[in-house]
Design a protein around this ligand. Sequence first.
Ligand SMILES: *[C@@H]1O[C@H](CO)[C@@H](O)[C@H](O)[C@H]1NC(C)=O
Ligand SMILES: *[C@@H]1O[C@H](CO)[C@@H](O)[C@H](O)[C@H]1NC(C)=O
Ligand SMILES: *[C@@H]1O[C@H](CO)[C@@H](O)[C@H](O)[C@H]1NC(C)=O
Ligand SMILES: *[C@@H]1O[C@H](CO)[C@@H](O)[C@H](O)[C@H]1NC(C)=O
Ligand SMILES: *[C@@H]1O[C@H](CO)[C@@H](O)[C@H](O)[C@H]1NC(C)=O
Length: 250
Amino acid sequence: MFFRFVCCLVVVWLISASDESCSEPPPVNNSIFVAKEVEGQILGTYLCIKGYHLVGEKTLSCNASKEWSGPTAKCRLGHCPDPVLVNGEFNSSGPVNATDKITFKCDDDYILKGSSWSQCLEDHTWQPPFPICKSRDCGPPGNPLHGYFEGNDFTRGSTITYYCEEGYRLVGTQDQRCVDGEWSSALPSCEAPKPAPRTALEKALLAFQENKDLCKATEDFMQRLKECNLTMEELKYSLEWKKAELKGKM
Ligand SMILES: *[C@@H]1O[C@H](CO)[C@@H](O)[C@H](O)[C@H]1NC(C)=O
Ligand SMILES: *[C@@H]1O[C@H](CO)[C@@H](O)[C@H](O)[C@H]1NC(C)=O
Ligand SMILES: *[C@@H]1O[C@H](CO)[C@@H](O)[C@H](O)[C@H]1NC(C)=O
Ligand SMILES: *[C@@H]1O[C@H](CO)[C@@H](O)[C@H](O)[C@H]1NC(C)=O
Ligand SMILES: *[C@@H]1O[C@H](CO)[C@@H](O)[C@H](O)[C@H]1NC(C)=O
């Protein structure tokens, strides 16, 4: 039973014995520390022994005061980190070994998103990545600008209906259903009706028609003309042209 746990740190120097050596690295149980010279800098790497995985910074560098800088890592039991699945379960308990395969299952009312299995690889990672268990109920959806929805049940299978404020046009899907935690289509939008484009002349004439008092109307009309940068000549020409256009229609 004496060799059951290898707890002590093994230090390996791959550097030609020279005065470059750094101080003793911080001890990390169940690891091997390998120091190497890389491009003039001394780097040290912790490697966990079989059945353990590293948590924290893997590589340290030897700084100017010949000390290893950086936080200390840990080697934890299990070739890969313990699997996690919130609102679900998997068929593994205790430390995992390399090449172990696990399968995932979500609790009732939750739907699995991602891979239903994963394998612990030699490099201490899980592939494919862990899935998540997503609620089959939907959250309250958003409101489009100038719009709202009716309905207050956001659980699975329920339906809500979108409406737009008066004068706005709904673009997209009006009825949405909660299917496996997601609304059946993208949020619709509410669009303002496009105002019909008006010519400068029409605007000026409108200002004229809107006034009861002729003097005031003329004054406003001239003002509008000025704002539109229309000269009397241009106005005359425009009116002739309008007249011709009207005659043509009759
Ligand atoms: C390393 O292992 C030894 C022996 O099991 C234990 O006493 C010590 O607390 C461990 N150190 C750390 C940092 O876990
Ligand atoms: C080197 O690292 C040690 C430990 O992290 C630190 O106390 C020391 O100040 C560092 N020296 C320099 C020159 O950065
Ligand atoms: C991992 O291997 C050890 C010894 O080889 C074994 O006792 C343990 O049950 C294995 N773990 C799993 C999850 O299979
Ligand atoms: C989990 O279940 C899968 C499929 O049944 C199986 O291939 C795998 O070996 C199981 N893993 C463990 C750690 O029991
Ligand atoms: C009218 O002309 C002035 C000066 O040339 C200019 O600053 C202004 O933007 C113009 N207005 C319109 C409606 O084109």
